[in-house]
Design a protein around this ligand. Sequence first.
Ligand code: AMP
Ligand code: MG
Length: 498
Amino acid sequence: MPSVESTLLPLNWRHPYDALGTAFYTPVQPAPLTNAHWVAQNHMLAQSMGWPSSVWSSDELLSALTGNEVLQGSQPYATVYSGHQFGVWAGQLGDGRALSLGVLDTLIGPQELQLKGAGKTPYSRMGDGRAVLRSSIREFLCSEAMHGLGIPTTRALCLTGSPDRVLREEVETAAVVTRVAPSFMRFGHLQHFAANGDTASLQLLADHAITQYFPELLSLEGGPKRYTALLARVTRLTAELLARWQAVGFCHGVMNTDNMSLLGLTIDYGPFQFLDGFDPAHICNHSDHQGRYAYARQPQVAYWNLFCLGQAMLPLIEDQDMAIAALETFKTDYPLLVDLAFAAKLGLTGSRADDHTLIDALLQLLAQEKTDLTIFWRRLSHATGQLAVKSLEKAFEPVRDLFINSAPWDKWLPAYVLRLQAQDLAQTSAQMLKTNPKFVLRNHLGEQVIQQAKIGDFSGVQDLLQVLQSPFDEHPAFETWAGFPPDWASSISISCSS
Ligand code: AMP
Ligand code: MG
């Protein structure tokens, strides 16, 4: 494919894997799609990267970010990784339908741009290298929803579509998401070289990760100590991520080790779901028959995945006890982090020994009634503010109304109010409203805009993007998106098919 000079931006592409060698990647060319069109543009992200708004009106960007031409200086590549899928070693996987264009220096730091769905790569195995519009809209919106919630994630710069047909359970149309992240490195990248017994490459890759993404570790003595510190950093970032997921009710759906970011980002949005009613046993992926990735199991699975990473890094760490000590920090950090996250949702200032009991009792009563999570937390945030001007009963009435059997709630509430006693309630409420979102990407909201998009109306995607980018704001024009899910929401079936 001939490369074209960019007339819009001075794009100085860098290729981080070049220095490592072709054991780590394969140069690839995107496969064009016909009649490419914009589906959605993320102006906010482009602006934060320092791109002028004029880029969006150019055919050049549309073409380049669909994979129909390669911008000068970009040398697209796909990387190799392996991994455990559903607890079983799957061997070599790799970027089967993602190709990176390179890394750009932006106002938010160096960012790798990756096209998902731009054609086959040497790692496509039986796949077609494509992504369908339906799942690409979900990935595009959820990346930005997570970012809006303050949860670490890969980002999505834009979404383009084409009438070209892609066969899944039925015939669908093709789309390409441009993903943006400091790096798309996964646990599986390191696992790959460990599994092949290629310690030299494993070390090169670990050193690359440290130099590029964890430079603070360079001050440590090189060798096992530094690699142990890398494992401990990834463990900590993963614990922080999981605490955030659990607190907001996010289910990833496919927590395979190849879908775990080395930087602690949410990555690879497939059959994910934000819980509607609070059901800890909820399984969002219809292909997950055993419930391996059920909501409540996610932290445990994260630890299991970290353990696999630790095993892969053992040739570098050299000492099993050191690796285990680094991994064990998950078991102490995660419970503290998740309690802190829920304490923040409750508006509690300071930290008290019995906060855990208060949180646990609340989660149990929410689970008993499968109370709508997002609405519960939002109403609670408002109610706390009302407590300053209304009686306890009146202030919390909208919350109490959420329960059919309100006895457990009535029993729990006095302990909460007592805990808030010394706090400024208006301030607490304001803080809670910045912690508990009004909007999350519920399945039915995604489904609505997908159905609209399938008949060529992309306005819903763009509107939903805007709302999800600031989910703590009121957005009165979109009040219905903050409401209870309709009955049909529970029958939406999301599988690995994408
Ligand atoms: P996922 O379940 O989406 O994380 O994908 C697991 C592996 O399958 C990764 O190596 C993907 O690149 C690859 N893969 C998934 N779908 C396709 C596809 N349509 N074409 C090629 N590779 C794919
Ligand atoms: Mg994946």
